[in-house]
Design a protein around this ligand. Structure first.
Ligand code: BGC
Length: 454
């Protein structure tokens, strides 16, 4: 089966690929500061140069065109547009994204913009406490409005945020992501302000004629370990704590009931006006999906995994144990390859948020090979791409899920946050010393998938 309107695409994020961290008036962001703090990132890598996409975007567009993608999801660096996060607009930043957008359109590639992929202008962290403060949500809406007005004549697909779960839990709970806060209460406060920022930005969006707007939240799938009702409940609750936490508010205007019950006073409340604003504030939903785990109420005897990463919400608030099937192959990141998980995940999203179209806004895997002579042969990733895209097509064609696109993460190896350049997610190898780009076997495998579905 094929679907001619389905968008096969690739995804990246500004901070991970652009480089040019101090060029043309760009301000510092929290990841610039975090990464330049010794000990925070593997090998003390920083994204100062990254893939130098800021200067090499034309070559990258050409590589996308040859791959045959119809869509490109990228993010805008807030501090390139507003170096201080607020106040004066930096025209050179606007000019860069205009060149990028026009270059994509000239090749028939539809731009999908994410307004925020974790790179908060540092001034807003220093002066306003970042996402712990409601004023950051207000500044975000002003920044979003600048982007809608500058690019909305040509860009018709927008996402406010990427993976608010990571900003909340990894940035304010565990502290392995910028701004590096460690707390049991702050993740819920940060998440609250992020949801409100989405709502405020969408109010601005809907005053103009800019197309459709959604949000890209992430979720690993939770399969009940057994058929026991308590394990089914554990899996369902774990999904509500993960995807529901950040998505229910922007669709229904409320947090999931199970969260209110478990988190109690640490979960902030929306006012009636805020609920009204948030309800129905997405025209579509993005899903970033990477792996699957079993969920159970009791601790299983074997194969238990988890600890602080990979769970939804703050771990102990959930009362769910995660485990794995020893047969599942791990990627270099340690994430298990379970293609049927994306099909079930898409069905779960489609059932819970009825009537909203879905895009898989990220899916991919890391294969760690830093050697340019061998990294090209990434059969593991080629198989991953074939397996996961087939499962997405099953959801679309056999289950009737309204999934309208799939964006492979990532176009090119890039700055993988805490793991620096040590983790390679690209369909294209990036030699970070010479900036040479080498398409990998997975690039050609994805090209075949796209052709076969045309
Ligand atoms: C993020 C990307 C990241 C990828 C792999 C997602 O969580 O949106 O920025 O590189 O996963 O870790």
């Amino acid at each position: 089966m094929s679907n001619e309107n389905f968008i096969w695409g690739v995804a990246t994020a500004a901070h991970q690929i652009e480089g040019a961290w101090l060029e043309d008036g760009k301000g510092l962001n929290t990841w610039d500061v975090f990464a330049h703090t010794p000990g925070k990132i593997k090998n003390n890598d920083t994204a100062a140069v990254a893939c130098d996409h800021y200067h090499r975007y034309e070559e990258d567009i050409e590589l996308m065109a040859q791959l045959g993608v119809k869509g490109y999801r990228f993010s805008i660096a807030w501090s390139r547009i507003l170096p201080q996060g607020k106040g004066e607009v930096n025209q050179a930043g606007i000019d860069f994204y205009n060149r990028l957008i026009d270059g994509l359109l000239a090749k028939g590639i539809t731009p999908f913009i994410t307004l925020y992929h974790w790179d908060l202008p540092a001034t807003l962290q220093f002066e306003d406490d970042g996402w712990l403060s409601y004023s950051t949500a207000e500044y975000f809406a002003e920044y979003a409005d600048v982007c809608f007005k500058a690019f909305g004549d040509r860009v018709k697909h927008w996402m406010t945020f990427n993976e608010n779960w990571c900003s909340a839990v990894l940035g304010h709970g565990i502290g392995c992501f910028a701004p590096g806060r460690v707390s049991r209460t702050e993740p819920y406060i940060a998440a609250h302000n992020l949801c409100l920022a989405h709502g405020l930005a969408v109010q601005k969006f809907r005053q103009g004629d800019y197309g459709v707007v959604g949000i890209a939240n992430n979720c690993d799938f939770r399969e009940p370990l057994t058929d026991k009702p308590e394990d089914k409940a554990a899996a369902q609750e774990a999904l509500e704590f993960f995807y529901g936490w950040l998505t229910d508010p922007v669709v229904f205007g409320e947090y999931p009931a199970i969260m209110r019950e478990r988190v109690g006073d640490r979960l902030p409340e929306f006012t009636p006006e805020q609920k009204e604003m948030l309800k129905g504030s997405c025209d579509f939903l993005g899903l970033n999906h990477y792996t699957t785990h079993y969920a159970s109420r009791e601790k299983p005897e074997a194969n238990v995994i988890g600890g602080d990463e990979g769970n939804g919400g703050i771990d102990e608030d959930q009362q769910v144990f995660l485990s794995k099937d020893p047969e599942w192959a791990p990627t270099s990141m340690g994430w298990f390859v379970v293609p049927w998980g994306i099909r079930k995940m898409l069905n779960w999203v489609s059932d819970r948020y009825k009537g909203l179209p879905i895009y898989v806004t990220e899916n991919g895997c890391s294969v760690n090979d830093n050697d340019p002579s061998t990294a090209k042969h990434d059969g593991f990733r080629a198989d991953f791409v074939r397996g996961y895209t087939a499962a997405v097509k099953q959801a679309r064609d056999e289950d009737g899920v309204d999934v309208r696109g799939y964006f492979c993460w990532s176009l090119i190896d890039n700055f993988e946050w805490t793991r620096g350049y040590d983790m390679r997610f690209g369909l294209i190898f990036c030699n970070f010393e010479t900036q040479e780009r080498i398409p990998k076997d997975s690039y050609y495998a994805y090209q075949e998938v796209i052709k076969a579905d045309a």
